[in-house]
Every structure is written in C-alpha cells, then in structure tokens.
Design a protein around this ligand. Structure first.
Ligand code: PEP
Ligand code: MG
Length: 876
C-alpha cells in the first residue's frame, strides 16, 4: 500500500516534494531531536489521490490518517474527543513552495461541548476554554463550512454593545457560552446542519477543505503568478496543540539565540508564565526577561539553552524561536533565522567563525554590504519619534540636525560661530562648496543621486537629501514650504540621509562605531577578493579617511573641487575672463603652486599608492556667478549707480557669462574639450602634478600619479592631450633633473569611447569608466534632472527595474563597459581598468565589475568598507 501519511519522526528536510515545505521542516526539527509538538503530515500525493478520486478522500488515506492519529494520541497521552484529557490539534496546509494565505490555519480542532469543559478544568481557566472554543467555531466555519466571518463578528459586536463592553477581554466565561450558542445558530442557519461536534468528522472535513483550497481561485492565481505547477498538490499538517496556560508550571515566550541588536552571544527574549501566545502579543501582562526563567524553571531553562545551541549548530545561524512550556515540558513551536541590526550581523558572523559554526566565506555572505552604511554614519535613535515633513532621495546616508540656512556664505559664517547648520538649496554648484563643508548636511529640492550635492556630500561622508520636490524654496524670503508647513531660516530640522526623511526639530542620534569584529570581517574580505578598491577623494583629509577605511589608492581626484576655495575663485575667474593669452597665463601661474600644494597633500597621504588625478572637467561657467543673479545686480546698479566701476565690471562679467552660456552644458564645452581649446589649463595642472611628485621625491616620499583625461570621445582628443601631458612631464623632469614615474589614461564616459576603445587604448595606459556620465549619455537622461522629473515614476511603474544612476544598468550601460574592456584589452592585453562613477560603491554594480574583469572599483571613502565586502562576496 502506498504511503500517504508520515509521522513527524519519519521525514526530513529533503522530503519537501512529498511533505510540503512546512511538513519537511517540522520533520527536520523532530529529527534533530527538538521538542516539537508531535503530529503527522498527509502527503501531497494524498492530495493528488483526492483529486483523482473526484474529490473524495480515498479509503487508504483515511485508514492511514486514523493510524497516525492513534500514534499521536499515544505519544501525547491525550485523546481526540476525550473530555478528561482532550487532544486538540492544528490543521495547516503546506505546499512544496510556500503559498502564503492560500488557506487559513485551523487551531484547537477537537473542541466540542464536552471537551471544552475538559480544557476549562485542565487550564483552570473556563474563560480561556470557552474563548478558544468560540474561536475554533468561527475559524472552522469560515474555512471549512464557508460561513462568512462577518455574521460571527456582528453577533460578537451586538453582545459587546448589549453588555456595555468596549473590548473582548471584558467578556466572561458565561458571556462566551452565550456567544457560542449564537454561533451555533448561525452555522445551523447558513449550512442547514448543526455544527459538527464529532472531532473525527471535524478532522476529515478540515482535510477536505485543505485539499479543496489547492484549487481555489486565490491559489490558482498565485500559482500562475509564481509559475508553480498545478500538479504538485498540497500537504496537510496535523499537529497537537500545546498550552502555556495550564498553571504555574506552564508558559510561553519568544527568544533569540543571540542579542539581535548587539549580536552578543546571550539568550535574548521574554516569556510569560501561565499564558498563551496571544497574551504576549496583546501586551496585557508584562513579560519577563528570558534570563529569569533560569530561576523560575531551572530545568526548562537548561533544556531551552541546550536546544538553542543545537538549533544554531543545525541551521548555522542565529535563531528566532517561539516556545511554550506545558506542565514543565518545553515545546518549540517555530524557529527561523532571526532578523538583526548590521552591528549584530557582523558580530554574529565573526563569532560563529570563531565558534567553528561557519567558515570565513560563509560569514562574509551573512552581512549585507548595504547595512554597513548604518555603522559608518551617525544615525537617528529609533527610540524617538520622527516628525516627518517630507521625503526626498536618500542621496548620502547619515543623520544630522541643525538650523536651516539657504546660502553657502551664511552657512560658513554661522559654522565659524560654532552653529550647526543644514544647507538647503534648490541645487548646489561648485560655488557652494564652502557652504557644504561648513554644513552638517545638505538638502536640495532638485537633482538626483549623481547631482553635485549628492556626489560632494557622499565624498565627505556628509548626510544629504536630494530632489525633494515637495519642498518649495523661496531664497529671497529665506523660507521653504512643505505642504502647509513653513520653515524659516534659523529653524531647526533633522534629516536622515539614509531614508530621505526631513523632520522638524531635533531628534537624538547614535554615534557610529567601528567594532573590532567589523575590522576583522573586512580583513577576511580583503583576503578573498580579487577586485581592487579605491576611493574618490579630492583632498588630503578625505584621502586619509579613505586609507583608514582600507582604500588601496585614489581612483578619482576631481580637480575642480580645488578651484572652488574662496581664496582661489577670484584667480580662477581671472583665468576664465582673460582676454589675452598673457593674462590667462598670469592667472594660471598663480594657480599652479596652489594646485601643486593640493597634489602634494594627497600624494603624501597615499604614501606611494596610485592616485588618479583627473584634469579639469566641468564647464567653465560653473566657476562664474549665476547669470540671473548678475542680471538683477547690474539692473539695480544701473538705477542706483550708473557710472560706477562696479557696474562696468559686472557688465563685463555678465557678457562673459553669456558667452559661456550653453543650452546643454553637460554635453557642452567640458571635459577634455576644455583642454583641447585651452591647453594652457591642462598644462598648468599637469605641471602642478609633476612638481608635486618632484617636491615629494626631495623629501623621500614616494608618489604614483595617474593623469586622467575626462570625457574623451575620439582617440585624437586623447592623443593630443597625452602629448601635452608628456611634454609637461618632460619639462619638469628636465628642470628638476629627475625621472618621474607616471601613467596617462582616460575616462570612458560617452558611448563612442566605449565603442572605439581599441583605438583609444593605443593612447591610454588605463581606462576608468565614468558611469555617471556614461549612464547619462547612454540613456540620454540628464543626470541632474531625470530623477526628480520622471525617473521616480518610471521606477514606481516598473518601466525601469531600478534607478540606473544608482545601480548600473547591466543590459545597456553594462554592455558598453564590457565592450570597452574587451576592445581595450584587444589592443593592450594588460590594460588597467576601473570604475569611478557612483556605481563603484553599489553592491550589485560591484558584482558586475568583478564579472566584467575590471581591476578595481573606486567610490567615496565612506563606501570603501561596503565595496571591500561586496567585492569579496562577488568573488565567493
Ligand atoms: C562619471 O561621470 O562617472 C564621473 C566619475 O565623473 P563626474 O561624476 O565627475 O562627471
Ligand atoms: Mg564624468
């Protein structure tokens, strides 16, 4: 005879196909010796046999169910329908693949007018017994007899009203007895039959209902959506109920095998004596910490601790356990991998390696790289309420509190006074850099994840929210408005850059901590990964931070940030405004030693590690005042002081600003196109780099500069710029009488560069994929506007799977990266390749970089730990 029914001790986790997921799991727990309430599983094959027999339970299945029931009764010492010591069971469906909500659970099956009294006696709690009975009638009627719950709820409500109660706990045992009578009348009215009192009949009706539920509308739709074949069938699990409310030697609780917030290896959780699961959830009584179980029930505690140890050994992870003690006997009702904070995830993973439960690779896979962000930044204490005003894009993680300012100069001034400020702008430009430095955080109403504010703030590890379109900023009135709330300059706000939330007032914070375990886990990541990790940094402080976080070099030093210093900006403007070559040269000569100083600082901080320095990239108008503001100023001066020198100067400036104005600045005169038209700018920068190397060499400090030319689209651009850099190097070498080691490479940021990478590689020692621009130019989406305008809607409506400026679009942009690497290495097999767009700090993009054969990723210093872990995970 075919076997259709399995006791829990007859199966294991491998038998999912026969026992369903839940049944196989219960069997596995039983097999490893856990005290699981006993029971049996009716197999998926029985379900199919039921359908083959035109929806009747075949006789042999029935027979096996009765045999298994007898075994269960024997094992539990209770009997289905026995008023003295009634066995009550739960009935649950359990398909091979989990299908949540397919059929509701039936609890307390076996209750009837007689057994309810037995339960009342045994628990010494008639109220509980009758409440359980009425719940059973309601559940059973809903799931098995198809009587709508609505009728029962209505009756209950009427009873409450009649008695003047506000909530169910106020009903007494007598009240429930009355309700039960009413419930039975409802059943009679709607099914034309009395409620089935015979527990065996209840059992078989439930089994029928579970089998039927396999083909209910919900299940069919769910299977179609999830591509689950219809022939699999569902299993049915029958498990004995246990009661935690049978007296002072009973109880119920939930516990973690380790502390889920710190990861400490200690039992963590709570329990209630003489209580059922609902009592813990309902919060009527205050549960006790699990540690006190040691005094109240030492033997149970001992057994529980041992069970936890065994569970961890078996499932090889921290467990979240539901348990019940029935008259001094421990039962495990459920166990699953426990949710935990990032800090706990790290500590648990590392300690499990030390305890021999996991190996290092497994431990590395247990920590989500994204979660590390939490640990590297200050964050909001979750114990406090968030009074959210609006949500923008979570552009740079971390939390900050400060008074609102709308102007970079003001931010700098207030910060000098020791004030904490949050800079709020429609968007930021390199002009605002000093304000960003001074502020605790930055908020913009426009711009996306790769906008200026986002990139700069991430680089500094500062919290930032971008593209908060709900925020209407009035710079003249110095207020912003969100919905009906007006926030004035000077008002205090708190922001969470990790979630994009903006909140009114101050909220307490938790400081970041870099635990020993964290450091250790990262050293394991370093042992395993092949992909290099560098940082994007533009100054010695960020470079030092990057080193501290484990960066192996600088993958992108954006030199434009160095031009924005308040002392330099007038000289930079002189350079831009110069009408003659001589005037421009004069300005450049002043800038050279300043840039040299910058490079010395960064190269020194990196101690001989490679430093990729990118020559000037943004359009020059970014260094000049805003056109609109200039128009207002000149118009005002024309009225108030028409003959002034200031007006003449401003008009000149406006003329130049207008000359440089472009319809599409991001596709305009920027990148290497600047160097092509104004070679003297790049020449100054190249010389500054080589002078810096020479100066360091004199001090005995090693330096490895890699000069990078941005936004190349045609090999001829690179050829020309390369010659320029080589000449600069030769000039400095000759002047200083030493040999300088350096390389020259390019960024691949436009599709043409990727598609002609074989030609470009002729002139390049390395490629660095600038995937911010490459995404912009491949999709044709403006990186500054797209997110605020349509991209969010695209993502919500699933037009795009995710934001391509955050996670690299493998199918499109990724194909260009692959092509670029392949063609480049056709020309130069050992061509060094890396990525320095924001994707270099995002885990799925890092995985892609590994598969594409890049040598390194480069990201902001605060993302370096994430990148080290993600790179290791990609390798595993
Ligand atoms: C890029 O385009 O990916 C890049 C790194 O350069 P930037 O963001 O400075 O344009
Ligand atoms: Mg770029």
């Amino acid at each position: 005879m075919a076997k259709f029914v399995y006791m829990f001790n007859e199966g294991n986790s491998e038998m999912k196909e026969i026992l369903g997921g839940k049944g196989a799991n219960l069997a596995e727990m039983t097999k490893i010796g856990l005290p699981v309430p006993f029971g049996f599983t009716i197999s998926t094959h029985a379900c199919n046999a039921y359908y083959d027999a035109e929806k009747t339970i075949p006789a042999e299945v029935k027979e096996q169910v009765m045999e298994s029931l007898a075994k269960l009764e024997q094992e539990s010492g209770k009997k289905l329908g026995d008023p003295e010591n009634p066995l009550l069971v739960s009935v649950r469906s359990g398909a091979v693949f989990s299908m949540p909500g397919m059929m509701d659970t039936i609890l307390n099956l076996g209750m009837n007018d007689e057994t309810v009294e037995g339960v009342a006696r045994l628990t010494n709690n008639p109220r509980f017994a009758y409440d359980s009975y009425r719940r059973f009638i309601q559940m059973f009627s809903d799931v098995v007899l198809n009587v709508d719950t609505y009728y029962f709820e209505k009756l209950l409500e009427e009873t409450r009203e009649e008695k003047g109660y506000t909530a169910d706990p106020e009903l007494t045992a007598e009240d429930w007895i009355e309700v039960i009578k009413g419930y039975k009348q409802i059943v009679k009215k709607h099914t034309k039959n009395a409620f089935p009192e015979d527990p065996t009949e209840q059992l078989f009706l439930s089994i029928n209902a579970v089998f039927d539920s396999w083909n209910n509308q919900r299940a069919i739709v769910y299977r179609r959506l999830n591509k689950i074949p219809g022939h699999l069938g569902t299993a049915v699990n029958i498990q004995s109920m246990v009661f935690g409310n049978m007296g002072e030697d009973s109880g119920t609780g939930v516990a973690f095998t380790r502390d889920p917030s710190t990861g400490e290896h200690t039992l963590y959780g709570e329990y209630l004596i003489n209580a059922q699961g609902e009592d813990v959830v309902a919060g009527i009584r205050t549960p006790q910490p699990i540690k006190t179980l040691k005094d109240e029930m030492p033997e149970v505690f001992q057994q529980f601790s041992e069970t936890c140890r065994r569970l961890e050994q078996h499932y090889r992870d921290m467990q979240d356990i539901e348990f019940t003690v029935e008259r001094g006997k421990l039962y495990i009702l459920q166990t699953r991998n426990g949710k935990r904070t990032a800090q706990a995830a790290i500590r648990v993973a590392v300690e499990m390696v030390n305890e021999g439960i996991l190996d290092k690779k497994e431990a590395l896979l247990r920590v989500d790289p994204d979660a590390l962000n939490q640990l590297l930044h200050r964050r909001i204490d979750d114990n406090h309420e968030r009074n959210q005003l609006a949500k923008g894009l979570p552009a740079s993680p971390g939390a900050a509190t400060g008074q609102v300012v709308f102007d970079a100069d003001e931010a700098e001034l207030l910060a000098k006074d020791g004030k904490k400020v949050i800079l709020v702008r429609q968007e930021t430009t390199p002009d605002d850099i000093h304000g960003i430095v001074a502020a605790q955080a930055v908020v913009t109403s426009r711009g996306g994840m790769t906008s200026h504010a986002a990139v700069v703030a991430r680089g500094m590890g500062k919290a930032c929210i971008c593209g908060c379109e709900a925020m209407k900023i009035d710079l003249h009135e110095k207020v912003f408005q969100i919905g009906g709330t007006v926030v004035n300059e000077g008002d205090i706000i708190t922001i969470d850059g990790g979630t994009g939330e903006i909140m009114l007032g101050e909220i307490p914070m938790i400081e970041p901590e870099l635990s020993e375990e964290f450091q250790l886990l990262l050293t394991w990541a370093d042992e395993i990964r092949d992909l290099g990790v560098r940082a994007n940094a533009d100054n010695p402080e960020d470079s030092a931070k990057a080193r501290e976080f484990g960066a192996e070099g600088i993958g992108l030093c954006r030199t434009e940030h160095m031009f924005m210093d308040s002392k330099r900006i007038p000289i930079v403007q002189d350079m831009i405004l110069a009408e003659s070559f001589e005037d421009r040269k004069e300005a450049l000569d002043k800038l050279l030693p300043m840039q040299q100083g910058d490079f010395e600082g960064i190269l020194e901080a990196m101690q001989g590690l490679p430093v990729t320095i990118r020559l000037l990239d943004p359009p020059l108008h970014e260094f000049l005042p805003d056109k609109e503001e200039l128009i207002v100023e000149t118009t005002t001066l024309k009225i108030t002081d028409p003959d002034s020198a200031e007006l003449a100067e401003k008009e000149m400036l406006l003329k130049k600003v207008r000359q440089l104005d472009e319809f599409n600045p991001m596709l305009g005169h920027r990148g290497c196109r600047l160097g092509m038209i104004h070679p003297e700018i790049y020449e100054m920068q190249a010389k500054a780099i080589f002078y810096a190397v020479a100066a360091l060499a004199e001090k005995g400090i090693e330096a490895s500069p890699e000069v990078m030319i941005p936004l190349v689209g045609h090999v001829n651009e690179l050829k020309q710029m390369r010659e320029l850099v080589v000449e600069a190097a030769e000039a400095v070498q000759q002047e200083k009488g030493l040999t300088i080691t350096y390389t020259i490479g390019t960024m691949i940021e436009v599709p043409r560069a990727a598609l002609t990478a074989d030609q470009i590689a002729e002139e390049a020692d390395f490629f660095s994929f600038g995937t911010n621009d490459l995404t912009q130019t491949t999709f044709g989406y403006s990186r500054d506007d797209a997110e605020g305008k349509f991209l969010q809607t695209y993502i919500e409506n699933k037009v795009l799977p995710e934001n391509p400026f955050a996670a690299l679009d493998r199918e499109g942009v990724g194909k260009l990266v692959e092509t670029g690497v392949k063609l480049g290495r056709q020309t130069k097999p050992n061509l060094k390749t890396g990525i320095c767009g924001e994707h270099g700090g995002e885990k799925s993009s890092i995985e892609f970089c590994y598969y594409t054969g890049l040598n390194y990723v480069s990201c902001s210093p605060y993302r370096v730990p994430l990148a080290r872990l993600a790179a290791a995970q990609a390798t595993i």
